[in-house]
Design a protein around this ligand. Structure first.
Ligand code: RTP
Ligand code: MG
Length: 146
């Protein structure tokens, strides 16, 4: 059947330092590919303070902002651009809700995120929440283009 090219999206996915440290990068990428999304770019990086300030600008001033930035600076992370029909909403669905405690079984956070003595911020992945966020975030993590 004909596909609607308007729905081909890109989303910025991060495997956060907890996911990378625990060796879950392959599991996350495997779920993305199994779902049918394509990897358009992939990189292991240590986030700079500037990247994190830009990425989390909407949360500046919130009580969890400083611990979040500290956690995101605690080790390497994996940045990826994924591509596919409806992949922005689709990836957030396979990621599960923000809090790993209540994230549905079958989701990345529901299946893999532990919260034993950890905080809600250690939830393995990030995914863009809108086309505007995706464009903004892709420029932050892939400043030289894809
Ligand atoms: P993300 O941006 O990482 O995909 O997650 P999200 O949309 O589900 O959550 P968001 O509200 O954008 O929050 C960004 C990240 O901040 C941490 N967080 N901690 N109450 C808290 O301690 C709290 N709330 C949010 C999480 O790491 C969340 O993913
Ligand atoms: Mg978010």
């Amino acid at each position: 059947p004909a596909q609607n090219d308007d729905q081909v999206e890109r989303s910025l996915v991060l495997v956060k330092p907890d996911g990378y440290r625990r060796g879950l990068t392959g599991e996350v990428l495997s779920r993305i590919e199994a779902k049918g999304y394509r990897l358009a770019a992939l990189s292991v990086v240590e986030a700079t303070p500037e990247q994190l300030a830009a990425h989390y600008a909407e949360h500046e001033g919130k009580p969890f902002y400083e611990p979040l930035v500290e956690f995101m600076s605690s080790g390497p992370l994996v940045a990826a651009v994924i591509e596919g029909h409806g992949c922005i909403t689709g990836f957030r669905t396979i990621a599960g809700t923000t809090d790993p405690t209540t994230a549905a079984p079958g989701s990345i956070r529901g299946d893999l995120a532990r919260d034993w003595g950890l905080t809600v911020q250690q939830n393995i992945v990030h995914g863009s929440d809108s086309p505007e966020s995706a464009a903004r975030e892709i420029a932050i993590w892939f400043p030289n283009g894809l």
